[in-house]
Ligand binder design. Structure first.
Ligand SMILES: [Zn+2]
Length: 180
C-alpha cells in the first residue's frame, strides 16, 4: 500500500481488513488448499512522522493464519501468525540496489519512495519471518505429527517415509549395538 507522506498529519492510522488488492502479493506466497476459505491478513499500522528527522515511525500488529505445508507429512496446516510491525522509514534515498547493510538494525529500516512510502514490504517480511523453517503441529507428547500421526524423531529427516513400516528386529539390534 503506497502511502503519500502528506497524508501523515503527523500520524496516519491504517486498518488492514484483508481484502485490499495490494495484499495479493503476500497471499501469492501462501497457496490455499481447495475447498478452504482464504485466510485474511488483519493488521493495524500507525505511521507517525518525526518532525525533527523527517523519518516515519511505523508501529502496529498483524494477525494472519496462512496455510503452510507440514514439514513432516506435507499436509496443508493452518499456521497462526501474530507479529509486530515496528519499523522505521528513513527520510533518505535507498542505498544502491535498494538493500541496506544486512545488520540487525537494517531489518527494521525501510526507505521512502519519492514522496511516498510502501507498507507492503514491511507486512510481507514480518509474515515470512514469523513462519519457522520447520512447520509441524506436534502431538501432546511431542513424539508425532498431530495431522498424520507419523513419528517425529530428533534425528529423523522430515518427509522420509521409512518409518511407515515397522523396523526390522535386526536393524533395531544394530542400532543398539552402535550406541554401546
Ligand atoms: Zn504432518
Amino acid at each position: 500500500m503506497i502511502v503519500p507522506l502528506h497524508s501523515l498529519k503527523p500520524t496516519l492510522k491504517i486498518a488492514v481488513q484483508g481484502l485490499e488488492p495490494w495484499l495479493d502479493k503476500i497471499y501469492a506466497t501462501f497457496p490455499v488448499p481447495s475447498g478452504k476459505p482464504k485466510p485474511l491478513i488483519q493488521a493495524s499500522v500507525a505511521l507517525t512522522r518525526n518532525e525533527l528527522t523527517g523519518d516515519v515511525e511505523a508501529s502496529g500488529q498483524l494477525t494472519f493464519t496462512p496455510f503452510v505445508n507440514c514439514s513432516r507429512c506435507a499436509e496443508f496446516i493452518p499456521w497462526p501468525v501474530t507479529t509486530d510491525l515496528n519499523a522505521r522509514f528513513l527520510n533518505k534515498a535507498p542505498p544502491d540496489g535498494g538493500v541496506a547493510d544486512l545488520d540487525e538494525e537494517a531489518l527494521d529500516e525501510y526507505y521512502f519512495q519519492g514522496d511516498t512510502l510502501d507498507i507492503e514490504p514491511l507486512l510481507n517480511e514480518r509474515i515470512q519471518m514469523a513462519v519457522p523453517m520447520q512447520t509441524i503441529r506436534l502431538s501432546d507428547d511431542k513424539t508425532s505429527c498431530l495431522d498424520c500421526g507419523l513419528t517425529v524423531g530428533d534425528d529423523r529427516v522430515y518427509g522420509d517415509d521409512t518409518d511407515r513400516k515397522p523396523p526390522s528386529p535386526f536393524s533395531v539390534l544394530a542400532a543398539v549395538k552402535v550406541k554401546q
